[in-house]
Design a protein around this ligand. Structure first.
Ligand SMILES: [Zn+2]
Length: 441
């Protein structure tokens, strides 16, 4: 069965940066045709036809860093830095709500976060859970119908630091892979840097032939830890011990100096930046325009509840742009670069550039349609002058997404989720969250 999107203003994100009115044909989960107007497709029985009038088609977003299992704790970390959350606050004393966020609450947290993300146009999520249960690592992805990767913690319990047995770890990773998702090995944050642990992580990633994602140079607090312990910044330390290579994805990457940019470039390491979280918990401003000018693979993530606390990629794109501009001038980061980081850049970070990130024949069909006939977006025009990219990044919102196609399946249609009962989920999460947290002392 084919899906045909007719005459839609399409931002292809291809090499030539083509934007125009196209008809897009999806067949067997892939984009089989992308034809400029006035091309007309000969329709056959069973074709699903979506009219493209008043819509903009974008590649589905790639959200490169989410901690979905704590979504029900939304709002609770507000006003605290990461150091305070981790060391001396309501959050640390409650052990990151370890008791409240039981297995059921974590499962519903994931569903809630994924529904929010998908309804806002996200097709691929890289999730970094704090707690592991094999079934729960892939089932929520399947239930919602989103593509994804799971960053598997090397610790059985992040609160005690106990490292998982290798056999058990690799078996969980293979379980994720068998179900069609990407297992990624979690690397330690700065407070846990030890040569032996880093060697272990590296070996596991090599054995699984996969990537490593680790929080990297996010805060001055963590930079100080490696400076005191090793006399080096995190990036220099990781490089000197031979850990940094093209398998490594650094989350955040806020404190990276000029020499370290050279190290990232030379080693092929990648970055997922989370601008909203980095503003909300006062991390700092990452050298995003330098990542871009140095061609360092760059994607965007929304981080999780306690730090953002939402999963809106439009807000991330706009924040990415504004944070660079407020610190480096109005020309330091353009709308195209922000949309690139949210789509093609993210695909590159996860080694999926041949499959995702742009609307081109042969790629897996992940397409987001925005309804632009809204007071906060119009007018949209594309001719010798175009405001399409600017208005997507500066004006559009997650709630403007009308249709989301993921891997050839229509997951959101006319703004409504097709895979699960959204209202039931919202009601359940509201009840569960308010019961657990309302009177918590
Ligand atoms: Zn994180």
């Amino acid at each position: 069965m084919r899906i045909i999107i007719e005459d839609v203003l399409t931002v292809t994100m291809n090499d030539s940066k083509d934007i125009g009115i196209y008809t897009i044909v999806i067949d067997e989960g892939k984009i089989s045709l992308l034809a400029r107007e006035p091309y007309k497709v000969k329709k056959i029985k069973d074709d699903i036809v979506i009219g493209g009038k008043d819509r903009i088609a974008l590649p589905g977003f790639i959200n490169g860093h989410i901690h979905s299992d704590i979504t029900l704790a939304r709002g609770l970390g507000d006003g605290l830095t990461l150091y305070e959350q981790d060391n001396d606050s309501f959050v640390s004393r409650k052990q990151w709500f370890n008791r409240e966020l039981d297995r059921e609450a974590r499962y519903y947290s994931k569903l809630l976060q994924y529904v929010e993300a998908v309804k806002g146009g996200t097709a691929f999520i890289c999730d970094v859970p704090f707690w592991h249960h094999d079934d729960d690592l892939v089932e929520p992805f399947k239930e919602i119908g989103v593509m994804g990767a799971v960053v598997l913690d090397f610790r059985r319990n992040f609160l005690t630091g106990e490292v998982i047995d290798k056999k058990e770890y690799l078996s969980s990773a293979r379980y994720i892979k068998e179900h069609g998702y990407i297992p990624i090995v979690e690397g330690p944050a700065e407070e846990h840097y030890e040569q032996e642990l880093l060697n272990l992580i590296k070996t596991w990633a090599e054995e699984l032939d996969t990537l490593i994602q680790m929080h990297l140079a996010e805060t001055t607090w963590r930079i100080d830890i490696t400076q005191k312990k090793y006399g080096k910044t995190p990036v220099r330390y990781l490089h000197d011990v031979g850990f940094l290579n093209s398998r490594v994805i650094g989350s955040h990457g806020v404190y990276i100096d000029r020499e370290e940019l050279g190290i990232l470039k030379k080693t092929g390491a990648r970055i997922i930046n989370c601008p909203v979280a980095e503003m909300k918990i006062s991390d700092g401003i990452a050298p995003v325009s330098e990542f871009i000018s140095n061609n360092i693979p760059l994607g965007i993530g929304t981080d999780g509840a306690l730090w953002n606390d939402s999963a809106d990629m439009f807000a991330e794109m706009k924040s990415l742009m504004l944070l660079q501009r407020v610190s480096k001038g109005a020309a330091s980061c353009d709308a195209y670069s922000c949309l690139h980081a949210a789509t093609r850049g993210g695909a590159r970070v996860f080694g999926l550039e041949k499959e995702l990130g742009s609307i081109e024949p042969g790629k897996r069909a992940c397409i987001t349609l925005i309804d632009y006939m809204k007071p906060h977006i119009v007018p949209i025009y594309h001719g010798s002058q175009s405001n399409v990219l600017q208005n997507i990044v500066s004006c559009a919102r997650a709630s403007d997404v009308s249709t989301v196609i993921i891997d050839g399946n229509i997951i959101v249609e006319d703004g409504a989720l097709r895979t699960i009962n959204e209202q039931k989920l919202i009601r359940k999460c509201q009840e569960m969250g308010s019961t657990k947290f309302k009177n918590m002392s």
